[in-house]
Design a protein around this ligand. Structure first.
Ligand code: SF4
Length: 694
């Protein structure tokens, strides 16, 4: 924990939205926080009565349905929308803590020009003037949009004179979509029917933490793994590291870093030889037989064959691949290998279900590299960063911050961040709890986002889309004709949806039912997929990461902090990491055997250096990691994201190269780290005590 965060302040942050009395008792200036909970007077409500509103969680791309309980027109609790087919009433910790985006003292309260408070009129005038001066040399960088917002921003860019939209998601599933395109001609991410599987092979994904929709995965996985009808299905974790997901496994197969694909092909080769399917793969798979890949993977031929027998005897199999820990420069090839395993084992169309939908949008790392190059070359005059934090999230080796300083940057954001700190003009945006939107995360699921309460008055913010709409109309009289707000735009879209789904009610009745349900939910329509012969030309090499030239760095995603956007929420900082039990800090997982050889004690402070940077972190002994690897979770190490986030832990992205795989996605695994002992003891706080207490 950093110095300077007093216990009093900690109570202050923890209490907002939950324990006002504690705040009032501890804080010297309660008037700074209390107004957030003081109900507005311009709305009708029955005092003491709880109202529930259905909306959508916007903390990650999964877009779960959310039910928010309000009293006196103030949101007090976030739960899952029971009507929503994907999360079915559940919500992860990040979703529940999203309430703290609303009552966060580190929200932007006023428009800022070069860090100084200005009135809204002046901010909008500056925005309008720079759009006109940019003459179409505009780049818009925001989160990928699964709902109507993508089309809205594209239309906005046209109205503003032109420009390009970048869909920024650090943890994109682009490589997976590319591998699915190669293997199945579907550049999409399928649905994973855990409940239909007899055995799950997990190739390093953290499906209970961040991969895909962790809330849905947890529900379906529980259904698969629970003891029923006298038996329990098998879950085998195949990875160089045991994550929270891996800790649930019946068996952990420790593999050399970066060899998930080779293991998948070895298992597939045994199964194909046995069942004789996909004859065109026979020769291809012979090159990856258990005997041939045993040394590279670090797994004996006997164990690889045992896994194949498990898949054949206990199937249907569900093999999962992807996520940070396997994101090497061969991640597309690795995911194709997992697809081959699913196909030869008969899992395709049983536990792997594709539907007829377009792939989730996302720009590649390559696109962002091009953006940086265009910023440096002066081809872009205005950069708009909408609700994203690329300055923190991208490896500094990419040079995003330096490039961004060469142009005028407008930031639309509700929360302080490293990116808003570096922006020329910050226009404070409302949170998802206070504004309209929608999300269509998968085929048949259209989820609405509605304001569940009136805005918190002490934050003088506006809806992001309304800011854009208003400024577009100031520079182009024809822009968004007939729309005076984003709600108008959204309702036009939903009128089309109403016609598409064949609802014959008048629009008002339809709209009310959408708001009551949280959206429109239809059954997904699955389509059959088949394995493409071109997979036989995809080659996988031994990545050679288990060598003695340093330890392979595995940057892992944090269950609580995600890509770092959760770090400004005290509830998430305070929850102990389920594996390390550490709070408010970062750590470096290291195998005790390796650590002792290097003379590093548990909880010592260690300098971790790669060719791209160095950081100091607390060593955390973990038997669940390969002896030639270390793991550091993402999410901490902020500098300009407010009191709750700043100064805690380190940002592992500082250690990564600017490198991409064949899908253009960022390579997370490949850097080799060297360690140096700095101090025998650290002051990292963990909730499971320490060895001296035993
Ligand atoms: S997975 Fe969690 S953070 Fe993501 S949308 Fe669902 S509840 Fe929100």
């Amino acid at each position: 924990m950093k110095k300077g965060l007093s216990r009093r302040n900690l109570f202050k942050y923890m209490g907002v939205g939950g324990a006002t009395a504690v705040v009032a008792g501890c804080e010297k200036k309660p008037e700074k926080l209390i107004p957030m909970l003081v109900p507005p007077t311009d709305y009708e409500y029955t005092p003491q009565t709880a109202y529930q509103y259905m909306t959508t969680c916007r903390e990650c791309d999964a877009a779960c349905g959310m039910m928010v309980t309000t009293r006196e027109h103030r949101a007090q609790k976030a739960e899952g929308n029971p009507n929503h087919p994907v999360n079915q009433g559940a919500l992860c910790a990040r979703g529940q803590a999203s309430l703290q985006t609303l009552y966060n003292p580190n929200r932007h309260a006023h428009p800022l020009a070069d860090g100084k408070q200005i009135p809204w009129e002046e901010g909008m005038q500056q925005f309008s003037a720079i759009i006109q001066a940019a003459s179409g040399a505009i780049a818009y960088l925001g989160k990928p949009a699964s709902g109507s917002e993508g089309d809205f921003v594209d239309e906005w860019l046209q109205a503003a004179g032109g420009g390009q939209r970048f869909k920024f998601n650090l943890l994109t599933q682009k490589s997976q979509a590319e591998a699915n395109k190669i293997a199945f001609d579907h550049a999409d991410v399928p649905e994973y029917a855990f409940e239909k599987a007899g055995v799950v092979f997990n190739f390093s994904t953290d499906f209970l933490e961040n991969w895909g929709n962790p809330v849905e995965n947890a529900r379906r996985f529980t259904d698969m793994h629970v003891y029923k009808n006298g038996r329990k299905n098998k879950f085998i974790h195949i990875s160089p590291q045991v994550s929270l997901t891996g800790a649930k496994a019946d068996r952990w197969i420790v593999i050399n870093p970066g060899t998930e694909g080779l293991v998948a092909l070895a298992i597939a080769s045994v199964i194909q030889k046995e069942n004789g399917t996909y004859k065109f793969l026979k020769k291809y798979l012979q090159a990856y037989s258990p005997e041939k890949v045993a040394e590279a993977t670090g797994v004996s031929a006997e164990i690889l064959s045992e896994l194949a027998i498990d898949a054949m005897e206990h199937g249907p199999l569900l093999a999962l691949g992807g996520g940070n820990v396997s994101a090497t420069d061969q991640s597309v090839e690795t995911l194709v290998a997992v697809n081959i395993l699913n196909a030869v084992s008969g899992a395709l169309n049983k536990t792997i279900l594709f539907s007829d939908q377009t792939a989730p949008e996302s720009s590649t790392h390559q696109d962002l590299t091009q953006l940086i190059s265009d910023l440096n070359a002066g081809k872009i005059k205005l950069l708009i960063v909408d609700d994203s934090n690329p300055v923190y999230a991208l490896p500094p080796s990419m040079g995003f911050l330096q490039a961004m300083k060469k142009v005028f940057v407008v930031s639309l954001a509700s929360q302080k961040s490293e990116t808003t700190h570096a922006a020329n003009l910050v226009l404070p945006a409302l949170t998802a709890y206070e504004s309209w939107g929608d999300a269509f995360p998968r085929n048949g699921v259209r989820s609405i986002q509605q304001p569940v309460m009136s805005t918190v008055n002490m934050f003088d913010a506006r809806a992001r889309e309304d800011i854009l709409l208003s400024v577009a109309q100031s520079v182009n009289k024809k822009a968004f004709s007939g729309n005076s707000s984003y709600l108008d735009y959204l309702q036009n879209i939903w009128q089309k949806i109403q016609r598409k789904v064949g609802d014959r009610r008048n629009f008002d009745s339809f709209w009310i039912s959408v708001l009551e349900n949280g959206g429109i939910f239809e059954k997904p329509k699955f389509i059959r997929a088949s394995l493409n012969r071109r997979v036989a030309s995809v080659k996988l090499n031994d990545p050679g990461m288990a060598g003695s030239d340093g330890l392979t760095l595995l940057p892992t995603t944090s269950l609580l902090l995600g890509d770092g956007s959760g770090a400004n929420k005290p509830w998430l900082q305070e929850v102990p990491d389920p594996m390390s039990q550490i709070v408010w800090d970062s750590w470096m997982e290291i195998n005790p055997d390796t650590a002792q050889k290097l003379g590093i004690n548990d909880r010592a402070i260690v300098e971790v250096s790669t060719p791209y940077g160095s950081v100091q972190a607390t060593a955390y002994y973990h038997f669940g990691i390969h002896r030639n690897a270390i793991a550091i979770p993402m999410g901490q190490g902020h500098q300009h994201s407010g009191d709750v986030a700043d100064g805690f832990g380190i940002n592992v992205m500082e250690l990564l190269p600017d490198q991409m795989d064949k899908a253009g996605s960022l390579v997370f695994v490949g850097a080799k780290a060297k360690l140096k002992l700095i101090n025998e003891k650290s002051y990292t706080v963990n909730t499971d005590g320490n060895a001296r207490q035993l």
